[in-house]
Every structure is written in structure tokens, then in C-alpha cells.
Design a protein around this ligand. Structure first.
Ligand code: SAM
Length: 439
């Protein structure tokens, strides 16, 4: 019916709602007469919205389209802190349902003209009196525009029960405002040629209603109760993955910690390989963006420890406990250590220990998700994929067997190094007591 509009008229109507959402940032949005869910499918990308609800009397239409409102793979792979819940109901807008109360925005696009004139009054009462959202957007055909459609006789659609002139729409809108405490701005989309614009108005006329008193006002004009009244049938509901869900936060954080720790471990191993080849005593590994990693290789004799650090190494320092490697000479903090354990229960002989404080500095994602170093430790504790050292200040990663053999050949035997406690792959209270700090 609107071949001459570009973009198509239905797209312009939906864009009008989206522009309103972008400007006013409503958190709870409902689309009454959502039909094929076309508007909802666009609105779900506007993550300022936390609850998105569609209602239509035609349940088959909803069932046919509802799966397009499911999260896509990116929503699972890269969840954000935004929250979104989508609910779709089969029901009539002439009936009350308590789940539709308290919304910030209710849109009803090209619906009202499908109601019988007798149902317009109940519709008004349900939407403005009972649901009483902060804002309402209603669009409906403007019959004064119809002569511009070549060959059109009667209404634009066979299911339309009426089509209002601008004056009729205004009259209904003003009465609604008086009855339920709203103010309205009348506008539209779909322009006529310039010389006809004043005479015929917009193709789709739109009323934007704002509740008087705004968000904080209470609608005293309505209603006897209605609380707990559920007349709609829930056909679909889904919560989008959000980092505010602790399980999802933990999953993403653990993945990032494992990924970053492996990356650091690889970097350290490459450097160590170079050292072996070049017999260098000391290492610097330069990371992306100028981030420098301080590498300390612990040998049997603490006095022989070799360490270096980059100027940019600025990670929050963990309170040190006895047995944990000390910052030597006030210059450099231990970043990695290679250790051994003689405990039978140890699943791996040697581990690379990556302090949480290093991971914190290395990955902005870890510091953002962790919130604080203490919380990071808390979130990682007891996760089946993460091995922490005894005082839970570092993540332990197994060394590949080949490297362990090379370490053995090279005489890396750290049992007496004073760092053993810090890096045991598995721990128990007895083991902790067995350990004697170097003096
Ligand atoms: N709003 C959608 C859009 O802009 O694409 C669809 C508009 S379609 C022309 C009108 C929709 O209103 C239909 O999906 C129809 O099933 C629905 N509808 C008609 N009467 C209804 C009622 N009493 N309650 C809820 N939905 C109704």
C-alpha cells in the first residue's frame, strides 16, 4: 500500500519509536499488537531496554516469529553488563494484565484501527488508565491522505474497522489526556508532496503521549486494583546473558584468566628458551602496547636469583605472607616462578605460577570483571578449571612435559628454594606445615 515511500512507511513508523527510545532511554518497553515482532526485533539491539514485551491477539503470528528474538551467538560469547529480558504474550489489548503495568514506554503501531469502535474505549482505559506507562506512542492511518493512493476505495486494509481524519484522532487523543492525565504531541511519518502537506497531513498519524508528572507520578484516576490479574498467555520468555549474572561473570572471567595466564606463560617460555640458547642470565619480555613483563627465574640458591623488571610494571601489590617470594632490593617483584613439588598428590611436577596481580595488570578485562583483587581471588577460588597456589595469590599452570625434562637436565631443582610453598601444584594443611622457610 505504500510503494512510493522510501524508506517504506512501516520502517519509518518503527524508526520513529526507535528514535524515541534512543532519546528517552526507557528501560521497560511494550509493543501492543506486535504482529510479526518486526519492531521488537529491532528494539532488542537497543540495550538501554531491560524488559521488552510484545502482546498480540494472534498467538500463531507470535509463535512463528518469536525465535528471532532469542540471543545470538555474540550475546553468549561476549556478554555485556546490560540486562535484557524478552516476553511475548498472546492477549487482547482491551483486557488488563498486571504484568503490563509500570512500563516506561508502550507503543501501539497501526493497531487501534483494527479494533471495533466499541473497543476503543476499553483500549484507552487499559492502556492509559491501567497500564499507565510514562509514555505512549500510538500510530494509525490518516484518512485524509487516502486520496493520494491511486485507485484506493474504502479503507487501506480489509481488517480496518475505521480510519480517522486528523481531527478525529486529535479529538480521541485529547479526551484520553483529560481522562487519564496525559499530554499529547501530534505528528506523523510519510510525507505528502510539499504542495499537499498542509492539506492532507502525514500518511500515518502519530500521537506521542506523556504522563503528566512524568516518571514519578502515580495515576490516581485509575483503578480499582487489578493487581495480580493475569489475562494474557505467556508464549515466550528469555533472559539475555549478562555479566550481572554471577555464573556468567565467573565463566567469562575464568576464560580470560586462563587465556591471559597461558599467554604470559608462553611468553615466559619463549624467553627462557632464548636464555638457554644464548645463556642469558636475565630476561625482559616486552608485551603488547609496551607492557613489560618482569621475569624472575628462581634457582636453588636464593642469592642467585636473577630478575629484571620493566618500568611500566605497575600492578597492585598483594600482601605477602611467609614463604612467598619477596620483592628484592625494592626494585623488582617476582612475576613468574618455576617450581617443583615432591608431593605424590601433585598432578604435575612443575608449574608456572602467574600471580593474580600480574594478570590484573596484564588484562584490562580481568580487572574490569574482577572489580578488586580480593574479589578476583574469590571468584576464581573453587573453580574446577583454575588451580591456585597455596595462598591463592597466583594461578598455577602445568609446564609441558618436555620442558620439565629440560628443567631436570638443567638442574632446576627448587625444592629448597624457599619458593616451593608458593608454587605447589596441590596443597594440604600437612604440606603447609612441612614447609620451612629459607633463613
Ligand atoms: N504493530 C505491528 C507493526 O507495526 O508491524 C503490526 C500491526 S498489524 C497491522 C495489527 C496487529 O494488531 C495484528 O498483528 C493483529 O493481530 C493485532 N491485533 C488486532 N487486534 C488486537 C487486539 N485486540 N489485541 C492485541 N492485538 C491485536
Amino acid at each position: 500500500m505504500d510503494p512510493s515511500f522510501s524508506p517504506p512507511l512501516h520502517g519509518q513508523r518503527h524508526q520513529f519509536v526507535i528514535d524515541f527510545v534512543n532519546k528517552n532511554k526507557p528501560k521497560k518497553v511494550a509493543d501492543l499488537g506486535c504482529g510479526e515482532c518486526t519492531l521488537l526485533k529491532r528494539l532488542k539491539f537497543h540495550r538501554v531496554i531491560e524488559l521488552l514485551v510484545g502482546v498480540d491477539i494472534d498467538g500463531r503470528k507470535i509463535k512463528k516469529n518469536m525465535h528471532a528474538l532469542a540471543p545470538i551467538s555474540t550475546d553468549y560469547l561476549q556478554p555485556s553488563f546490560d540486562q535484557l529480558r524478552v516476553e511475548l504474550y498472546q492477549g487482547s489489548v482491551t483486557q488488563r494484565d498486571a504484568r503490563l503495568r509500570g512500563f516506561d514506554l508502550v507503543a501501539s503501531i497501526e493497531l487501534i484501527e483494527h479494533l471495533s469502535l466499541a473497543d476503543v474505549e476499553p483500549f484507552s482505559e487499559v492502556v492509559f488508565g491501567y497500564m499507565a506507562p510514562v509514555a505512549v506512542i500510538i500510530s494509525t492511518p490518516n484518512s485524509e491522505f487516502n486520496p493520494l493512493f491511486p485507485g484506493l476505495t474504502g479503507f487501506r486494509h480489509s481488517d480496518h474497522k475505521f480510519e480517522w481524519t486528523r481531527a478525529e484522532f486529535r479529538s480521541w487523543a485529547l479526551k484520553v489526556c483529560l481522562d487519564y492525565g496525559y499530554e499529547v504531541e501530534l505528528t506523523g511519518v510519510g510525507r505528502a508532496p510539499p504542495h499537499l502537506q498542509e492539506a492532507v497531513g502525514f500518511c500515518s498519524q502519530i500521537g506521542v503521549f506523556h504522563r503528566l508528572g512524568g516518571r514519578d507520578s502515580i495515576n490516581h484516576l485509575c483503578c480499582d486494583d487489578g493487581e495480580g490479574m493475569f489475562s494474557y498467555t505467556l508464549l515466550y520468555s528469555i533472559n539475555y546473558p549478562s555479566l550481572r549474572d554471577n555464573n556468567i561473570l565467573r565463566r567469562v572471567l575464568v576464560n580470560e584468566v586462563l587465556y591471559s595466564a597461558e599467554k604470559l606463560k608462553q611468553r615466559w617460555m619463549e624467553r627462557r628458551m632464548d636464555e638457554r640458547n644464548e645463556a642469558l642470565p636475565l630476561s625482559h619480555a616486552e608485551g603488547e602496547g609496551g607492557w613489560e613483563v618482569c621475569i624472575a627465574v628462581r634457582n636453588t640458591d636464593m642469592e642467585e636469583e636473577s630478575a629484571a623488571c620493566g618500568e611500566e610494571l605497575k600492578h597492585p601489590r598483594e600482601p605477602r605472607q611467609s614463604g612467598v617470594a619477596e620483592n628484592r632490593g625494592g626494585q623488582c617483584e617476582e612475576v613468574f616462578c618455576i617450581n617443583s613439588t615432591n608431593e605424590e598428590s601433585c598432578t604435575s611436577h612443575r608449574c608456572v605460577s602467574v600471580p593474580l596481580s600480574v594478570l590484573w595488570s596484564f588484562s584490562p578485562k580481568i580487572s574490569t570483571l574482577g572489580g578488586s583483587l580480593a574479589n578476583l581471588r574469590h571468584l576464581l577460588t573453587d573453580d574446577p578449571l583454575i588451580r591456585l597456589n597455596q595462598d591463592r595469590s597466583a594461578v598455577l599452570l602445568s609446564l609441558p612435559e618436555q620442558d620439565q625434562e629440560e628443567d631436570d637436565r638443567d638442574g632446576y631443582d627448587l625444592e629448597d628454594s624457599g619458593f616451593a610453598e608458593d608454587s605447589r601444584c596441590s596443597v594440604s594443611a600437612e604440606q603447609e606445615e612441612d614447609w620451612e622457610p629459607d633463613t
